[in-house]
Design a protein around this ligand. Sequence first.
Ligand SMILES: Cc1cc2nc3c(=O)[nH]c(=O)nc-3n(C[C@H](O)[C@H](O)[C@H](O)COP(=O)(O)OP(=O)(O)OC[C@H]3O[C@@H](n4cnc5c(N)ncnc54)[C@H](O)[C@@H]3O)c2cc1C
Ligand code: FES
Length: 277
Amino acid sequence: MYPILEKRELSPSVKLFVVQAPAIAKKCQPGQFIILRMDEAGERIPLTIADFNRQKGTITLIFQEVGCSTRHLGRLGAGDSILDVAGPLGQATHIEKFGTVVCIGGGIGVAPVYPIARAYHEAGNKVISIIGARNAELLIMEDEMRQVSESLHITTDDGSKGRKGLVIDPLKELIAAGEDIRLVMAIGPVIMMKSVAEVTRPHSIKTLVSLNPIMVDGTGMCGGCRVSVANKNKFACVDGPEFDGHEVDFVGLMARQRMYHEAERIEREAGSCSCHH
Ligand SMILES: Cc1cc2nc3c(=O)[nH]c(=O)nc-3n(C[C@H](O)[C@H](O)[C@H](O)COP(=O)(O)OP(=O)(O)OC[C@H]3O[C@@H](n4cnc5c(N)ncnc54)[C@H](O)[C@@H]3O)c2cc1C
Ligand code: FES
């Protein structure tokens, strides 16, 4: 069992858990994730390790309640335990001193981008961060991102915080101003990562994206997380989750993510759910 030591509500639908998981905290690296199962009846939920403390043996998970399993998970609190936490899974982010690195987080994507931005910062890079959300209430981790960034740009779709617009707007301006960007790391909705890759492609700025296709086993065996990268099949759970954004087939990825939408709608309307809660 993995005890939840702390729970915080970052926004009405975004929760933060600090979980006791010493073996994972000991070896996890920025960019990696875990798969948890709340209890015997629970679905397997992949979540990025948003932070870790090796001394205390804890990992931090930040998740958005989007469907049945994450809503049930969100009802747990400090003092409760999670049945299984498997990890660390996936390839760690390659960290070195590149120069100027732009870290972009959209919505819940700010959570996974944070430990990566921090690691780039600690490696001596000039980190410029851009975080965005639909509105101010959904914007998370502003203070944490500011601490590891030389400058932080905030955008919201409705203008309720920062500037009104999309995360690609400040990125376009940085490029136009001649900022010598060596790497862009973007994590967020697929459509956002696709747009970022389209902005950087003509300028040949290396762009990494972290993909979140449907995952089941997390071991490369089930094929659930298959993505096409440079016209080759890759499994996001073992080959990723990070890939070169200029090589990802985003259109195929979006189609695969929609695969279960109809089944999820039917479950929602019937008031039942596949995680048996
Ligand atoms: C490597 C990885 C890291 C992730 N990190 C985070 C994170 O740090 N914070 C966070 O909030 N979310 C993260 N996710 C997404 C999270 O796993 C899903 O939101 C969650 O599984 C949805 O479960 P649900 O039953 O609540 O929703 P459902 O009703 O089952 O689904 C809602 C939507 O979530 C997506 N989804 C459902 N099941 C999965 C699955 N097994 N794998 C991936 N996507 C799924 C689908 O797009 C679906 O339409 C990550 C996903 C991956 C693959
Ligand atoms: S989740 Fe099964 S192959 Fe990646």
